[in-house]
Design a protein around this ligand. Structure first.
Ligand code: NDP
Ligand code: HSE
Length: 440
């Protein structure tokens, strides 16, 4: 810190999150001064479009500029990065760290791509990087996982980590809205990324999982380590069949220890969860992180996962923890961040053991049902439920057959699906969706 009485904050970005940060620092100035023992002052805001920021009414126009070297001056102690993106954010954050400034960021894309490098740079220059807002919006999941649950060897993480996707799925299933309508609404409410394909493709949740899994398992995980599938290719028919069986569809980010305990399965994909489980009851833009620890058992952290207020809450808490002085000490003293760890030993998802939902379009003639169950049985797959509806129209040659399995190896199910696909009795490619029991 500069040693002055007040702590100087410089911020990059004044959009959904930055606007909320500016508002909190202004409205709670006295409260924060009491909590930190020092005033916390926003002294500079760097954006690209200065006119837009100056006329926004969110901050004193005199603070706005587009010269990022302003953030390296002596009166700035903490740089808040709420601009987003990877390359430009990387350059700005790295410059701030080289200048010895502490950094607070909400940018999971940046951390998933360059986290270890930036944490290392911070150590080199006596600075720290705080990143609570990067995962789970307003939920203190980074703090909870690293400090509150520090005593545990973590066995699994199961998260609903993208507010936009959860909002879209909730609106579609509970209110009958279309995907396009729900997505447009999520954008208008400030939940979505500037490029919303990051949300719906599952990439944003995968980036958050990389950040959280690094902390939880003491390894270095990057976004590309996570096998990723989004909600953009979901077929509404499967959502409806799942609902008939008592399941809700959720985009689940999962990091699970292998049976031997030395490898990790990392995935983000739509999964069915029982509607009456904790994860099944996370709706709208809310997020949740379910942590399975060896001592504590199962803990679920839950709350608003996106939007101005919740995200600004997390960013400003980081700023205050830095201003109060304890976060930089913890950052320097504890071996939590991925720059200090070896890359994760990723395991092929073929070895994941789980229950699954399988939908096949089956020719509606005698004997076909038997062929399907025989094929599954030959691959060691035992069925938990089977469902077939009558033809919708007299001329329909194929009808959907839905089965749920008991726990089986995903690799065995894949092999069975490939064999089923080759049968004349089956049209198209079988749909496979994981049914999540653990941690929910
Ligand atoms: P917005 O698009 O609303 O705002 C981005 C702001 O950053 C704008 O003011 C923009 O200025 C500025 N900006 C962008 N690039 C640069 C740059 N290279 N240099 C200077 N300023 C720049 O984004 P959000 O506020 O929604 O998100 C910001 C970050 O927070 C992202 O990393 C996002 O992933 C993360 N986040 C967002 C959440 C949310 O609910 N929205 C939740 C959790 C995290 P200009 O208008 O001049 O281009
Ligand atoms: N676009 C992100 C989401 C913002 O919808 O979850 C919060 O990180």
């Amino acid at each position: 810190m500069s040693g002055a009485d007040a702590v100087g904050v410089g911020m990059i970005g004044l959009g959904t999150v930055g606007g909320g940060v500016a508002q909190l620092l202004r409205e709670h100035a006295e409260l924060y001064a009491k909590r930190c023992g020092r005033r916390v002052e926003l002294r500079a805001v760097v954006v690209r479009n200065t006119e837009k920021a100056r006329s926004s009414g969110l901050i004193d126009a005199a603070l706005v500029g587009n010269d990022s070297t302003r953030l390296q001056q002596d009166d700035i102690d903490v740089v808040v990065e709420v601009a987003g993106g990877v390359d430009s954010a990387y350059a700005l954050v790295a410059d701030a760290l080289r200048a010895g400034k502490h950094v607070v960021t909400a940018n999971k894309a940046l951390l998933a791509a360059h986290g270890p490098e930036l944490f290392g740079l911070a150590r080199e220059h006596g600075a720290s990087v705080a990143f609570e807002a990067s995962c789970g919006g307003g939920i203190p999941c980074v703090t909870g996982l690293t400090f509150g649950l520090m005593s545990n060897a973590v066995r699994g993480l199961y998260g609903i980590l993208n507010g936009t996707c959860n909002y879209i799925l909730t609106e579609m299933t509970q209110k009958g809205r279309t995907y396009a309508e729900a997505l447009a609404d999520a954008k208008a409410k400030g939940y979505a990324e500037a490029d919303e394909t990051l949300d719906v493709s599952g990439a944003d949740a995968a980036q958050k999982l990389a950040v959280l899994a690094s902390l939880a398992f003491g390894v270095s995980v990057v976004g590309d380590d996570v096998s990723c599938e989004g909600i953009d290719n979901l077929d509404l028919a499967d959502v409806r069949f799942g609902a008939e069986l008592g399941y809700d569809i959720k985009l689940i980010a999962a990091a699970e220890c292998s049976a031997e305990g030395d490898g990790l399965f990392l995935s983000t994909r739509p999964c069915f969860v029982s509607a009456d489980t904790q994860l099944g009851q996370v709706h709208g833009a809310d997020n949740a992180l379910s942590v399975v620890g060896d001592a504590v058992g199962h803990v679920m952290l839950y709350g608003p996962g996106a939007g101005r207020g919740p995200t600004a809450s997390a960013v400003v808490s980081d700023v205050l923890n830095v201003a109060a002085g304890w976060y930089p000490q913890a950052f320097a003293a504890m071996g939590l961040t991925p720059d200090l760890h070896a890359p994760a030993d990723k395991r092929d998802s073929a070895d994941t053991v789980s229950r699954f939902y399988l939908r096949l379009e089956v020719k509606d003639v005698p004997g076909n049902f038997g062929r399907i169950t025989t094929t599954l049985g030959e691959h060691g797959i035992s069925l938990s439920a089977v469902m077939q509806h009558e033809r919708k129209h007299a001329g329909d040659a194929f009808v959907p057959v839905v089965v749920t399995t008991h726990a089986c190896r995903q690799g065995d199910l894949r092999a069975a699906s490939a064999e089923l696909k080759r049968l004349d009795a089956v049209a198209g490619t079988p749909v496979v969706i994981r049914v999540l029991d653990a941690g929910g």
